[in-house]
Design a protein around this ligand. Structure first.
Ligand SMILES: C[S@@+](CC[C@H](N)C(=O)[O-])C[C@H]1O[C@@H](n2cnc3c(N)ncnc32)[C@H](O)[C@@H]1O
Length: 198
């Protein structure tokens, strides 16, 4: 059944964002970059004035990260993370030179501590555990334009990272500091959640 709904009602995450983002040449922050595949889509489809990419590219040894893309295992280790960072630098070399893209090799928490920019779009796709997503939303609310979009990846994926993303959104919904603009459901199959600050 899930497969049928997925086939019938799948939407690409970039198309979904484009539908709700009204600003032309937005200032964008992406949290969690990995190899930069989604950054490329943000760059090509949204033509941002500025795109800031934040990722520590660290291989974490804690057990909970063992199956993640950034654990310290046989699939990922610090050398591999270092290589991802170099590859992303190479991939966006031209835009980095033109100051259109800025790479920040740090955690989102550390990034926000020094950040002075205000964004039209913040895409949250870093550490998916509840406490981290909660902090990313809290910080995003401080640095998003009044009408800007905060988008979370992997929303509504049952059991994924102990439901960290879904729980963090619920937390702020209850606090009434955010409103939901669009969220994943079986007829809108994208596992994204788009929110605005209230
Ligand atoms: C799912 S991947 C990102 C994928 C990317 N957004 C895409 O769609 O192509 C998650 C990334 O989050 C990064 N990450 C882990 N902890 C982080 C943190 N505290 N702050 C920012 N990024 C973090 C990891 O290094 C990893 O590259």
């Amino acid at each position: 059944m899930k497969k049928i709904f997925k086939k019938l009602f799948s939407k690409s995450r970039i198309d979904l964002i484009q539908k709700y983002l009204s600003v032309k040449n937005p200032v964008i922050l992406e949290i969690g970059i990995h190899k930069g595949d989604f950054s490329e889509q943000l760059l090509q489809k949204l033509n941002p004035k500025k795109l800031i990419l934040v990722d520590p590219w660290i291989a974490y040894s804690d057990l909970i990260y063992q199956k993640s893309w950034y654990g310290n295992t046989q699939h990922s280790n610090q050398n591999i993370q270092d290589q991802y960072f170099l590859d992303v630098n190479k991939r966006f070399e031209k835009d980095i030179l033109e100051n259109k893209i800025q790479l920040c090799r740090k955690t989102s928490d550390d990034f926000f501590l020094e950040n002075k920019s205000i964004f039209d779009l913040i895409y949250i796709d870093g550490n998916h555990l509840f406490e981290f997503v909660k902090k990313d939303i809290e910080n995003s609310i401080k640095f998003i334009n009044n009408d800007g979009l905060i988008v979370l990846d992997d929303y509504g994926l049952k059991g994924w990272w102990l439901d960290g993303i879904t729980k963090a959104v619920k937390y702020y919904e209850k606090e009434k500091t955010i409103k939901i603009i669009s969220r994943h459901n079986i007829f809108n199959y994208h596992h994204q959640c788009i929110i605005k600050k209230i």
